[in-house]
Design a protein around this ligand. Structure first.
Ligand code: NDP
Length: 290
């Protein structure tokens, strides 16, 4: 029987509806508008699309958004100066530095410079540390999106074996850390795999929930999936004029019990979680200012 589709687009839309109400309540109570400042360095076409989508999503839920576009020749010092200005600007609640950055800029140095209270991507070591300790200030957007998809699709995570393909700081590691926590839609037994993992197929076939985040088009074929597993595809890859995930969708759909599509799965959830973090940041800063 073909897998049930986990509709990230619809779930994200209902989150945005709820957020629009929460933003209106916040604006009425504080007379302040939650604002996201996005920083885009260079002219990477995919990054331009991502930033534009995030900007439009902010506006739709009643938040403000500024995009700071800098040339690809920007120096690290210039970028750090902009981050310092945004940190000091009390009208800006969330700061997002779109990755990747040009080669002359050290990514970690820049991400570490973002005020942890404005770190809506949850990349700052203070926020990552808090998340790992189970007392998060913000949750990282894509991993949080994955967790909400699992919850909303009624997937049992408690006690399940979750296999994560990929160990990046943005997706693989944090999603593993979140699902192993004590708590709701968590308590999983997590295995994180990467390019040096031995017997990969054996491990993936033991997964109740398989999360693919490796950036390899349609890498996960049906033989890597246990019949009845839930498959979450984080990958976004361009294959000719098509966008495909890290999972061979049609074939895996015949084996899995539930699966996310690409596009329309994790992608819209990432943006919804970013909006949620921006509202959280505005609330935290309005409390801090009192
Ligand atoms: P990275 O390139 O940073 O990390 C890829 C990870 O996959 C690495 O840990 C790498 O291992 C591992 N890997 C690569 N090849 C293999 C293999 N053959 N077998 C096992 N592991 C492998 O990618 P990201 O985490 O940033 O992104 C992953 C995908 O998710 C991309 O397609 C990206 O576009 C997408 N993405 C989607 C988002 C969304 O909102 N939907 C948000 C962020 C990313 P090693 O560490 O050993 O090199």
């Amino acid at each position: 029987m073909p897998a049930r589709l986990i509709d990230g687009k619809a779930i994200a839309a209902s989150i945005r509806e709820r957020l629009a109400v929460d933003v209106a309540t916040f604006r009425q109570a504080t007379h302040r508008i939650p604002k996201l400042a996005a920083v885009l360095v260079g002219d990477d076409p995919a990054s331009q699309v991502y930033v534009r989508n995030k900007e439009q999503a902010c506006t739709k839920v009643g938040m403000a958004s500024d995009v700071h576009r800098l040339p690809s020749t920007t120096t690290q010092t210039q970028l750090l100066e902009l981050i310092a200005r945004l940190n000091a600007d009390s009208d800006v609640h969330g700061i997002l530095v779109q990755l990747p950055l040009p080669k002359q800029i050290h990514e970690t140095t820049v991400l570490d410079a973002v005020d942890p209270l404005k770190d809506v991507d949850c990349f700052h070591p203070e926020n990552v540390g808090r998340m790992v300790q189970g007392r998060p200030r913000f949750l990282p957007c894509t991993p949080h999106g994955v967790q909400v998809l699992l919850r909303e699709s009624g997937t049992t995570v408690d006690g399940a074996h979750v296999v994560v393909l990929g160990r990046s700081e943005i997706v693989g590691k944090p999603v593993g850390m979140m699902l192993v926590q004590k708590g709701e839609t968590a308590n999983a037994t997590v295995t994180i795999c990467h390019s040096r993992t031995k017997n990969l197929a054996e491990i993936t076939r033991s997964a109740d929930i398989l999360i693919a985040a490796i950036g390899r088009p349609e890498f996960v074929t049906a033989d890597l999936v246990r019949p009845g597993a839930v498959v979450i595809d984080v990958g976004i890859n361009r294959l000719g004029d098509r966008l495909v995930g890290d999972v061979a969708f049609a074939a895996v759909s015949e084996v899995a019990s539930a699966i996310t599509p690409v596009p329309g799965g994790v992608g819209p959830m990432t943006i919804a979680m970013l909006l949620e973090n921006t509202l959280t940041a505005a609330k935290l800063q309005s409390v801090a200012a009192q």
